[in-house]
Write a protein that binds this ligand. Structure first.
Ligand SMILES: Cc1ncc(COP(=O)(O)O)c(C=O)c1O
Length: 416
């Protein structure tokens, strides 16, 4: 019999008194955004997050993939200690050079398609924003009018107005905001989907500026594109001479067991976006698409968050040195198998995933939301995705013991 070592610990039912004080202040002063449950983070160690009341949670969110090495990783702590001595910690990074920018670009060059150039920016939305700007710039040299972009149903590409135009995942995200022109296609998860080549007809009938898609939809529900679907997008983009943009903000940087989810599908994009695990936003693109003219892209803080860029570069190094792509593949398979064995319990309708990007589909939104709240009370952190799915995205450093503990907690969450 395997003994499961439980390291999550609830000492004060969350939200405890210290958490409630913080939340009260925020409710008074701040826009009440997408908070899922009342977790007030104090710190963390490895795969565990600690709240301000002394509770420890096994973190299966990694802050939506933004903390791929978990918490207090010694090499990251070392970088933070070094950076703490630098008084010019944040600079106007598209106006002045710094070595952190250069080093991150070198590390990135070793993991993106050969010959790609990079542009660093603040967030995932801005990474997508600049991806579509690069595409428009290219197309505007051949077609002066405002062309539509092609994007998928249930896509999520961020919330700035440009990126939001191509987002689809929830009506509340778009209600009342203006849009750039967009043509929608179905995001096909099966090679035998009758709409697998719908983009071909769309491109034959319309002039478009670009095709934009995720390979694994994140916010939209942890849906994995079929290989044929992504290969078709590549083929049609080539045939009709439009850039293919793949958005890897959530799925990139090793999350799926490869640096980029598109590697599973045997294609390369013309333009790609990343953020989250990289700590800063990044648009990378084939050099032929470089806008050239100075000032076409820029931003005060783009390439200027020196601490974040130094951490991002170290994350890439640690993922390589500690073989964390392999860990994501192996631990992801164990976690997915364990969750699939729980299917049928507690209203689970489906479990799907690539590496450590796993979605659990429930029979209803209400059931999913109740299980999320119950998991939180038991010391397991999870997040919703789409209408009725849960996302499971632990750090890439997760151990076998932590997989077991997570499955044990999940089994309790699903009982009754
Ligand atoms: C695929 C994808 N693109 C873009 C974004 C937007 O990133 P950010 O929240 O950093 O603006 C997200 C965020 O979840 C995402 O998952």
């Amino acid at each position: 019999m395997v003994t499961i070592r439980v390291r999550s610990k609830i000492v004060a039912e969350p939200p405890g008194p210290a958490a409630r004080r913080v939340i009260d202040v925020m409710k008074r002063n701040c826009y009440d955004s997408t908070f899922t449950y009342p977790l007030v983070i104090a710190g963390g160690n490895g795969s565990f997050l600690h709240d301000v009341d002394g509770n420890s949670f096994l973190d299966f969110t990694s802050n939506i993939g933004s903390c791929p090495l978990g918490y207090s990783h010694p090499e990251i702590m070392q970088i933070l200690a070094e950076q703490s001595r630098n008084g010019a910690h944040k600079i106007a990074g598209q106006d002045f050079y710094c070595k952190e920018h250069a080093e991150l670009s070198e590390r990135v060059a070793s993991i993106v398609p050969q010959g790609f150039r990079t542009f660093f920016i603040n967030s995932g939305a801005e990474a997508v924003e600049n991806a579509i700007k690069i595409a428009y710039r290219k197309m505007s040299t051949t077609t002066p009018s405002m062309l539509p972009g092609v994007s998928c149903i249930n896509a999520f590409h961020g919330r700035t107005l440009g990126a939001l135009s191509f987002t689809f995942s929830k009506p509340v995200q778009k209600k009342g905001y203006p849009e750039l022109p967009v043509l929608r296609i179905k995001f096909c998860t099966s090679d035998s989907d009758p709409e697998i080549d719908a983009a071909e007809k769309l491109l034959a009938e319309n002039k478009v500026a670009f095709i934009l898609s995720e390979v694994v939809q994140g916010e939209g529900g942890y849906n994995i594109a079929s290989r044929q679907f992504i290969q078709n997008l590549r083929r049609y983009a080539d045939r009709y001479c439009v850039p293919l943009i793949l958005d890897e903000v959530q799925s990139g940087m090793g999350r799926t067991g490869k640096w980029w989810a598109f590697e599973h599908h045997g294609v390369r994009p013309d333009i790609m976006s990343a953020a989250k695990a990289m700590q800063v936003g990044m648009t990378a693109y084939a050099s032929a698409l470089d806008p050239g003219e100075q000032g076409a892209l820029s931003s005060t803080w783009g390439g200027g968050s020196r601490i974040d860029m130094a951490v991002g570069a170290k994350i890439i190094e640690v993922i390589k040195e500690d073989r964390l792509l392999d860990n994501a593949t192996v631990m992801g398979a164990k976690l997915k198998k364990g969750l699939q064995e729980l299917a049928g319990k507690g209203g689970i309708a489906d479990v799907r995933g690539l590496g450590l990007m796993i979605g659990i589909e429930f029979d209803s939104k209400q059931n999913r939301d109740e299980r999320l709240a119950r998991a939180f009370k038991k010391g397991l952190l999870l997040l919703p995705a789409g209408q009725k799915a849960m996302r499971v995205i632990p750090s890439l450093t997760i151990t076998e013991d932590e997989v077991r503990e997570g499955l044990e907690l999940m089994s309790q969450v699903l009982s009754g």
